[in-house]
Write a protein of this length. Structure first.
Length: 146
């Protein structure tokens, strides 16, 4: 985490978003300021203990595995506007990294864990947002009643 702290200091990112329980917990323990954390209390498909994340706003949303639910996307937009927020996901948060990159301001840092590999750092930019949109365009879409 010292390298991450140095990177964040050097880049002066306007926002930092952590997606995933391990990344969220480790940044908290290391004292690295994070504006929005998105967690589902699961790591490698196993339950993990709930962590008390200090935040001004708390959001709860359902997001099934392998899906980016529109409701989850909207909650992410609201959490990013609020800053100092945690989003508790009932389901899976893995794919929610994509709307975080798209909806965060240019220059924002989005962090997520790559199992058995380590921390992935994505800097939001016009180019990165184009890449994410292209990826989303290739994904199947379906309307869900509800």
């Amino acid at each position: 985490m010292p390298q991450l702290a140095r990177l964040l200091q050097e880049t002066k990112a306007p926002m930092v978003v952590a997606v995933g329980d391990v990344v969220s917990r480790e940044t908290l323990v290391a004292g690295i300021p994070v504006d929005v954390r998105i967690v589902d209390m699961m790591t490698l498909r196993r339950s993990v203990d709930s962590t008390n994340y200090p935040s001004r706003r708390v959001f709860k949303v359902k997001n099934p595995a392998g899906v980016i639910a529109m409701e989850a996307w909207n909650v992410i937009k609201e959490a990013l506007r609020a800053k100092d927020a945690v989003v508790w996901v009932d389901g899976e948060e893995d794919l929610l990294t994509l709307p975080c990159v798209l909806e965060s301001p240019d220059g924002a840092i989005v962090l997520y864990g790559q199992p058995r590999e380590g921390l992935v750092v994505v800097r939001s930019s016009r180019e990165k947002k184009r890449e994410v949109r292209a990826l989303l365009d290739r994904m199947a879409r379906e309307e869900v009643a509800g």
